[in-house]
Design a protein around this ligand. Structure first.
Ligand code: SF4
Length: 414
């Protein structure tokens, strides 16, 4: 069984295809985003700071020099900068500010004793080698009263709400690792440093919470292990995805974006979509026109129908003859039941079951069965039991939709 980590599980939860590219196909990534690069440089600076503390406290100038040296050494023009109004130097300055704020806030860094930096952890959730997790903790420290602290640095531009930190899986996993390494760790404090906000946030876990996390992780790993098709899942995070150029949902946009403004209209794909949308608009207009005509005809037919019923009733007739057709008028009650998912509907179903007539009246929902098969709604062993009765045929659908989110979906300058 492969090893998992919080990032690996998260990659699958965000987009199974991205997970496959990274962890199964080991595809080389396209360029990194500058936010990730800045985060790595900040982590390096923190490692440098705490590593040297046992000898002496580095000055802020020394630390900034270290940061700038590594920024310049590892910087590449290929780094992706999504925000159009920002340049690389803005991010470099931001890193400078992050380090300065952190340094001033915690100087002389004697709040706790550092036990490990970028410390690797390894957990075997059930002890049978089937569900193994790895991770790297930014900093583990021992505070007064034998409180173990797990520190995590966040350089993102958004401050996570406390309720999400109280449910955060990553640091829960780290706590499991710390408790395994130091069985005397009875009190563990989870600490997040939101560097962009010069803010420290904390949370704690109960044994019950950790058990729940373990069970959820086991379920997610089982889902990954049972997945046969790793399908792309679009989200706002696609704009930072390193595989957009090979992803079936994004590669065409990627190709088109690279074309000069006056050339993209010659792209075969663009031509087909444009033609498709024009024809769809024509078809919609025509359908509306015919729908209006159909409505008018239906209305006049309704009036004639009324007249026929009236005629049959007053003349006491069941069949009325025309030149080429005849009309039969029957009085037959229409039966309808309560709507789906209502109490009344449930009561009706129960009543039918009680008189052993359910088999005669219930019908199979084939639309739902299709979802069961294509979206893996049931565990594999249950699906297997019904698969033999179903005919699964290849089908290709083509649907037209408007580009909704200009920042993510369509960045062309039209
Ligand atoms: S671009 Fe989006 S949908 Fe495609 S692989 Fe990346 S995250 Fe998944």
């Amino acid at each position: 069984m492969p090893n998992y980590s919080h990032s690996k599980l998260k990659a699958f939860e965000i987009c199974p295809l991205q997970y496959k590219f990274i962890y199964m196909d080991r595809m080389p990534r396209r360029e990194e985003g500058i936010e990730g690069f800045l985060g790595t440089r900040f982590h390096e600076a923190m490692e440098e700071l705490y590593k040297n503390l046992k000898f002496k406290i580095p000055t802020l100038e020394e630390l900034l020099e270290f940061y700038e040296y590594h920024w310049d050494k590892d910087y590449s023009d290929k780094l992706i900068i999504v925000k159009e109004n920002l340049a690389a130097k803005d991010y470099k300055n931001l890193g400078n500010k992050f380090i300065t704020d952190y340094y001033k806030r915690y100087y002389p860094f004697n709040q706790s004793i550092t036990l490990g930096l970028e410390k690797g952890i390894s957990i075997d959730l059930l002890g049978d080698g089937k569900y193994k997790l790895n991770g790297y903790i930014d900093r583990i420290a021992l505070a007064p009263d034998n409180v173990y602290e797990i520190h995590d640095y966040k350089t993102s531009g958004s401050l996570t709400e406390q309720k999400y930190l109280d449910e955060d899986r990553q640091l829960s996993i780290y706590q499991l690792g710390v408790e395994k390494m130091w069985p005397d760790a009875k009190t563990v404090k989870l600490i997040w440093h939101y560097i962009a906000f010069d803010k420290e946030m904390a949370s704690a876990r109960t044994p019950e919470h950790l058990d729940r996390v373990k069970n959820e992780v086991i379920k997610t790993i089982s889902r990954i292990e049972n997945t046969k098709e790793f399908l792309p899942t679009e989200s706002a995070l696609c704009q930072w995805c390193s595989f957009a150029d090979i992803c079936p949902k994004k590669k065409h946009m990627f190709q088109v974006e690279a074309l000069p403004k006056n050339e993209y209209l010659n792209d075969d794909g663009v031509k087909l979509v444009n033609e498709f949308s024009v024809k769809t608009a024509e078809l919609t207009a025509l359908r509306q026109e015919y729908a209006q005509k159909a409505k008018e005809i239906e209305e006049s037919l309704g009036k004639i129908r009324e007249a026929v019923i009236n005629y049959a009733k007053t003349q006491n007739m069941e069949v009325i003859y025309g030149s080429d057709y005849k009309l039969t008028v029957k009085n037959k009650p229409k039966v309808s039941g309560p709507k789906k998912d209502t109490k009344e509907r449930a009561a009706l179903e129960q009543a039918i079951k009680e008189i052993n007539k359910w088999a005669e009246t219930s019908t199979l929902d084939t639309g739902y069965l299709e979802k069961v098969i294509t979206e893996n709604l049931w565990p594999a062993e249950l699906t297997e039991k019904i698969s033999k009765f179903l005919l699964v045929e290849p089908r290709t659908t083509v649907s037209l939709s408007k580009l909704k989110d200009p920042s993510c979906e369509d960045k062309r300058d039209k």
